[in-house]
Design a protein around this ligand. Structure first.
Ligand SMILES: Nc1nc2c(ncn2[C@@H]2O[C@H](COP(=O)(O)OP(=O)(O)OP(=O)(O)O)[C@@H](O)[C@H]2O)c(=O)[nH]1
Ligand SMILES: [Mg+2]
Length: 366
C-alpha cells in the first residue's frame, strides 16, 4: 500500500475584541455607547482538490494560521472578519486529530470542504450592554480564541485501475512488469493476501495507479475466500482489468469470465457497471489455439479488441499500458467515491451560525 503521512499544525484566527466607545457629535453632548463588535477569526478548512495526487505541496510549510478578526470600532462598526485558510488535499486523504487519534473525515468527493479549526468569535462592543440601569457601559468583550489542532494527514492512494480475476491468473506478475512494485508471485492460489498498489508510468509526464488484489473465487461476494473486503477496495477505481488465464487446465475462459462477473455483480452494481476489459494472460504458454479463438470471439462479442499479454516475455504489456493511459485520460476523475464517511458530524460541515441577537448580529456566548 502506498501511504503518504504528514502532520500539519493549524491555528484558526483569534476573534477581534469589541470596542468601548461613545457617540461624539457636535450637538449631542452625551452620546450613547456605540462600540462595535469584533470580527470573527478566520477558520481553517481542508478541501478536496482532484488535481492533486500527493501531499507534496506540504513538504516545506507545515503550519498554517488563519487571520485574526479585527477589533470593533466606534459608530457600531464591526471589525473585519479574518480571512480563512483553505488547504487543498488530494482525494483519498484521511484526516485525523493527532492528539486523540480521532478520524475527522475521509476526503473522497471533489470540492468536499471540512472545517478543521474554527475561528474565534468576535467580542461584543459596549453598544450591546446598554440598559435602563446602565446607560454608560464601560466594557466590551475580548474575542474568543481560535481552535488549534495538530492534524494527521494520511493519503490512501486510490487506484485508477483494479485487477480482478481468479487466483493464479497472473495479476501480480502484470503489476511487477509494468510498475516498480514487487508483489509476491508464486504458482499457487492466494499468493497475494492484501492489495498492492503500483504506479505505472505511461510516458514522462503521465502515470496511473494499478491495484493488485487477491484472487476472487466463486462466492467471493458473499464472503468466500479473501475477496469481499478487497472488492470494496476496487469499487473506488476508475476501471477494471479482468485477467483470464488462458492456460488454466481447470477452467475454460467462458466459465472463469462468467464466475468472476457474477461475483462483481453480486457485490455491487457500481462495481459491475465500471468499465472493464478482458485480458488474456500467459500468452507465451498457450498451446490450445481453440481456447484463444474462443476468448477472442468473446471479446469481440462485447465490442472489445482482444487484449493478450505475457508477463514472461513482456508481449502486449506496453500496448496495454498505452491503451489504459489513453482511456483514463478520457475518463472523469470524480466518480471515485460516494461522498465519504463523515465520521465526526460536528466537524464535517462549516461552523454553524452562532445564535443571533435581536439586532441580527452574531453573538458570542456571554
Ligand atoms: N508462463 C507464464 N506464467 C505466468 C505468466 N504470468 C504469471 N505466470 C505464473 O503464474 C503463477 C501465478 O502468478 P501470479 O502473478 O502470482 O498470479 P496472481 O493472479 O497474482 O495470483 P494470486 O495472488 O494468488 O491471486 C506464477 O507462477 C507466475 O509465474 C505469464 O505471462 N506466462
Ligand atoms: Mg497475486
Amino acid at each position: 500500500m502506498f501511504l503518504d503521512h504528514l502532520q500539519l499544525q493549524v491555528e484558526a484566527g483569534h476573534g477581534g475584541a469589541g470596542a468601548t466607545h461613545f457617540r461624539r457629535e457636535k450637538f449631542a453632548e452625551k452620546g450613547g455607547p456605540d462600540g462595535g463588535d469584533g470580527g470573527h477569526g478566520g477558520s481553517v478548512y481542508v478541501v478536496a482538490n482532484p488535481a492533486l495526487n500527493t501531499l507534496n505541496i506540504y513538504r516545506s510549510v507545515r503550519a498554517f494560521t488563519a487571520e485574526r478578526g479585527a477589533s470593533g470600532e466606534g459608530g457600531r462598526r464591526q471589525g473585519r472578519d479574518g480571512e480563512d485558510v483553505v488547504l487543498d488535499v488530494p482525494l483519498g486523504t484521511l484526516l485525523k486529530d493527532s492528539e486523540s487519534g480521532e478520524v475527522l473525515a475521509e476526503i473522497l468527493s471533489p470540492g468536499e470542504k471540512i472545517c478543521v479549526a474554527r475561528g474565534g468569535r468576535g467580542g461584543l462592543g459596549n453598544n450591546n450592554f446598554k440598559s435602563s440601569t446602565n446607560r454608560v457601559p464601560m466594557h466590551h468583550q475580548p474575542g474568543e480564541d481560535g481552535e488549534i489542532r495538530t492534524l494527521d494527514l494520511e493519503l490512501k492512494m486510490i487506484a485508477d485501475v483494479g485487477l480482478v480475476g481468479f487466483p493464479n491468473a497472473g495479476k501480480s506478475t502484470l503489476v511487477s512488469r509494468v510498475s516498480a512494485a514487487r508483489p509476491k508471485i508464486a504458482n499457487y492460489p492466494f499468493t497475494t493476501l492484501e492489495p498492492q498498489l503500483g504506479v505505472v508510468p505511461v510516458d514522462d509526464l503521465v502515470s496511473f495507479v494499478i491495484a493488485d488484489i487477491p484472487g476472487l473465487i466463486e462466492g467471493a461476494a458473499s464472503g468466500a475466500g479473501l475477496g469481499i473486503q478487497f472488492l470494496r477496495h476496487v469499487e473506488r477505481t476508475r476501471m477494471l482489468l479482468h485477467l483470464v488465464d488462458l492456460t488454466d487446465p481447470m477452467s475454460e475462459p467462458e466459465d472463469s469470465i462468467r464466475i468472476i462477473e457474477g461475483e462483481l455483480r453480486a457485490f455491487s452494481e457500481v462495481l459491475f457497471l465500471k468499465p472493464r476489459w478482458l485480458v488474456g494472460t500467459k500468452l507465451d504458454a498457450l498451446q490450445d489455439e481453440d481456447r484463444l479463438a474462443r476468448f477472442e470471439a468473446l471479446c469481440r462479442a462485447r465490442d472489445q479488441e482482444p487484449i493478450l499479454i505475457s508477463g514472461v516475455t513482456g508481449e502486449g504489456l506496453r500496448p496495454l499500458v498505452f491503451k489504459l493511459g489513453a482511456a483514463l485520460a478520457e475518463m472523469p476523475k470524480d466518480h471515485i467515491g460516494s461522498g465519504g464517511d463523515r465520521l465526526l458530524a460536528g466537524l464535517a460541515t462549516p461552523p454553524s451560525e452562532p445564535p443571533t441577537s435581536p439586532s441580527g448580529k452574531a453573538r458570542p456566548a456571554v
